[in-house]
Write a protein that binds this ligand. Sequence first.
Ligand code: PLP
Length: 429
Amino acid sequence: MTDAPNYGFDTLQIHAGAHPDPATGARQTPIYQTTAYVFRDADHAAKLFNLQEVGYIYSRLTNPTVAVLQERIATLEGGVGAVCCSSGHAAQIMALFPLMQPGNNVVVSTRLYGGSITQFSQTIKRFGWSAKFVDFEDQAAVEAAVDEDTRAIFCESVANPGGYVTDLPGIAAIADKVGLPLIVDNTSATPYLCNPIAHGATLVVHSMTKYLTGNGSVTGGVVVDSGKFDWGASGKFPSLSEPEPAYHGLKFQETFGPLAFTFHGIAIGLRDLGMTLNPQAAHYTLMGIETLSLRMERHCENALKIAGWLESNEHVERVTYAGLDSSPYKARAEQICPKGTGGLFTVALKGGYDACVKFVDSLALFSHVANLGDARSLVIHPASTTHRQLTEEQQIAAGAGPNIVRISIGIETADDLIADLEQALNASA
Ligand SMILES: *Cc1c(COP(=O)(O)O)cnc(C)c1O
C-alpha cells in the first residue's frame, strides 16, 4: 500500500503493510518459510549486522510475512512500530524487558487476565522484577504506589473478563505526571473498538491468539510502540538511551528516534530472548485481521443481546457486561470504546458452584475451553479450572468466585446461542 493517511479502518485492516510480492506479483502476502536470507556481499552483511542498514538476516529477528503483520497492527493501533512474538505472555515480557532492571517494579491493575496475574505476581520475580497490584479505580492509590524503582504502569483497556473498563485518560495522566510509560493490554477490545494510544498509552500489547486471529488457530502476541515516550528524559531507561555494548556503543534512542523501542525489541529482545512468531502463524493472523471489524461488530451485537437476555433469566443473579445499562462502567465504555465492549462477560448463577458445573456440562453449542475471542462461543467455569488453585477469597477478588461462569460470545446466530443457554440453565437448576 502507498501513502494513504486517510484510509478507514476497514481498508487498513486489509491493506496496511502489504504490497503485491515483488518477485511473483502474488496478491496475497506469501508465507516466507525461510530461516535465512542471502547477503548481496560481505559489505552488505556487515552493514546489516551493525544495524547500519535495515534488512533480513535470520528469521529469529525478522521475516517478511511477520513484518507485514507488524506494520498492519502498528497502523491499526496508531503506533509507529510493532514487534510480533510467540504469545501474548511473550509480548508482556518483551514490553517490560527494555524498561526493567533487577530491583525495578511495575504498578499493575488488580483486574487482569488470570495468566497475567500469575506472570506478574510469581514468574517475573526470577528476573529480579516485581509487580505492585493496585485497584485502578483508586487513582490516588495508583499514583501512591509509584516509587523510585517503578518503570511502568500496566492495565487492560477492557479487562478480561469481568466487564471492567479502565479509565485510560485518567491513568495516562498519572503516568505522564510521574514520567513513566503506560502499557495497555488491548486484547479484549482490539484496535477496532479501542485505541489506547489515542487515550495516552505509550505501549500496547495484545494476545493475537484471541480476536486478532479470531478463530482459535494460533498462539501469538505483539507489542506496539506509540513512538511518543522520551526514553532519555529521566535516566531511568538506560537500555534505550545509553550506549549498547553488544552494538559497539550504539544508542537506540539517538540512532532510531521514535523507533528506538521497536528496534530494541528486534535487535536485543528477539535476538536474545528468542520469543519469535513464526511466519505460518503470522499468515493466519493476517487472514483473521482482514475481517476484524466485521467480526467485532457481530461479537458486540450478539454479546449485548445475550447479556440482556441472561440478565432477565430467573436462574441468573447478575451479568457483568459493560454494554448493559446496569453496568457501572457503561458511561466510561461510551468514552473509551464507543463502538461496543466486545464479546466477553461473566455471569453469576443463583445456584452457586454446583449449578455452574452442571450448566457448563449441559451446553451443546458452546465449547468448554480455556480460550476466548474465537468465532465460536466458548465458556469456562474459572473456580473449577483456571482459578482452582486459589482460595475462595482470592477467587472472589479476581472476579472468579464459585458462582461465576466466563462467557466468550462468538459470531453464530444469536437465537441459537440463547436457546443453548436456556436449556443448559434449566438443566442446571
Ligand atoms: C490470553 C490473554 C493473554 C495471554 O495471551 P497468550 O497468547 O495466551 O499468551 C494476555 N492478556 C489477555 C487479556 C488475554 O486474554
